[in-house]
Design a protein around this ligand. Structure first.
Ligand SMILES: *[C@@H]1O[C@H](CO)[C@@H](O)[C@H](O)[C@H]1NC(C)=O
Ligand SMILES: *[C@@H]1O[C@H](CO)[C@@H](O)[C@H](O)[C@H]1NC(C)=O
Length: 386
């Protein structure tokens, strides 16, 4: 018989080799993730919540069609039933669209938020069975036109997140640049290249305005109603948005023409990831205002930032932030109740108070699905590298 102590040491060595990734993490159960997803679909009503939910469904259920999954453009012809829920939801939105408005849906005064639905509309157009139907292409084109030609901007070209004044929000980076980049990756050629460059440029400009010497991003600058705090969800939106732009470039036919841009995006994402996890609390959570000890624990941003961390490790093979992601994953696991609701979220409409008892965060539900997708893909990549 092997003495227990020797056996433990032996096991320790093996797991250190196999997974530089530290403490063991077991997955959320499929049944629970399924409840989280059902709840997400049920409570997503605002434009950005729908856009984020559509992205979460795509990454989770149809990974090969997401920007993380494979080469762009996607196939023209889908298998029967493939992406059916995403296409159905996007179709419903385009059918309900005000024909006289350029944005895809009402955005509650936001420029960027309706564009978050655009990726799913582009996918719907690209894969449609009735090739004579141009409704989706036109709707996506109008949304792009609104962003590029109509929305207010700063003098140096950053597109405002608000329609009625020039104001920049970290949130914008998840809403509009990934749509512009995906549009470019599908279009290809010189027109596609210029769209990919616009998406990159918006990330660059937003970082110039919002990032400060802490390495973290402020939430809202310029105009009336600024928020200079380092809002955790804002930082996670920015990192996750830049990551989708990076992946759209990376998987497009134009990747070799945008090497420096990809290097920049990676370093800007890492900057947020490193600066944020520096303030991670011992149970894995981030605080709502990341670096303020009087703030409160927020599971939403913790989930989204952990998803970015797993995805970056998958992309770069740099596992240095995986221990933080694993801690965060464990926290999220213990924060999802048996009915599939994420607890301990920030109220996504006040930004600075916890969700009221009995209320849930639509974006928080989506972040759990994004996290689960990133966690799964990270472990798949680890297994295939062995
Ligand atoms: C819609 O799909 C067609 C291919 O069927 C493509 O030529 C067109 O560029 C697409 N529209 C957009 C906005 O991507
Ligand atoms: C995690 O720790 C923080 C204090 O650092 C606490 O406020 C929060 O309630 C904890 N979260 C959970 C789910 O235990």
């Amino acid at each position: 018989m092997i003495p227990l102590s020797a056996f433990t040491v032996f096991l320790g060595c093996v797991s250190a080799l196999a997974a530089p990734a530290s403490q063991p993490v077991t997955s959320l159960s499929d049944a629970l993730v399924s409840k989280v997803k059902t709840n997400m679909k049920q409570i997503a009503t605002h434009s950005w919540e729908i856009g984020t939910a559509l992205e979460a469904l795509t990454e989770f259920e149809w990974p090969s069609l997401s920007v993380f999954g494979g080469s762009l453009p996607p196939p023209v012809k889908l298998h029967s039933g493939e992406a059916a829920d995403v296409i159905q939801w996007a179709t419903q939105i385009v059918k309900a669209k005000d024909p006289n408005a350029l944005p895809l849906i009402d955005g509650d005064g936001a420029v960027g938020d309706p564009a978050s639905i655009g990726t799913a509309v582009l996918l719907t157009n690209w894969t449609r069975t009735d090739r004579s139907d141009h409704e989706f292409s036109t709707a996506a084109g109008h949304q792009l036109k609104y962003l590029l030609d109509v929305a207010p901007r700063t003098s140096d070209g950053a597109i405002s997140h608000r329609a009625d004044q020039v104001q920049l929000w970290a949130d914008f980076v998840y809403m509009a640049p990934p749509f512009i980049a995906y549009y470019g990756a599908l279009k290809g050629g010189s027109g596609g290249l210029s769209l990919l460059k616009i998406a990159y440029k918006q990330c660059k400009l937003y970082r110039q305005y919002l990032r400060d010497s802490s390495g973290l991003w402020q939430h809202i600058v310029l105009g009336i109603g600024q928020d200079h705090n380092h809002w955790a969800t804002g930082n996670a939106w920015a990192a996750a948005g830049m990551l989708r732009v990076l992946e759209a470039i990376h998987h497009s036919k134009l990747a070799s023409q945008m090497k420096n841009e990809q290097t920049d995006l990676k370093s800007w994402i890492n900057e947020i990831v490193s600066a944020s996890w520096n303030h991670q609390h011992s149970n894995g959570t981030l605080y709502n205002y990341i670096d303020q000890s009087t703030s409160f624990a927020d599971s939403s941003s913790t989930a989204l930032l952990a998803s970015v961390t797993y995805r970056m490790a998958t992309l770069t093979s740099d596992n240095s932030h995986i221990p933080a992601a694993n801690k965060a994953y464990n926290l999220i696991k213990s924060s999802v109740d048996s009915n599939g609701w994420l607890r301990n979220t920030v109220d996504p409409e006040t930004f600075n108070t916890p969700s009221k008892p009995g209320e849930h965060s639509p974006e928080g539900q989506a972040f759990v699905i994004l996290l689960q997708s990133a966690y799964r893909d990270y472990h798949q990549a680890l297994a295939s590298r062995k």
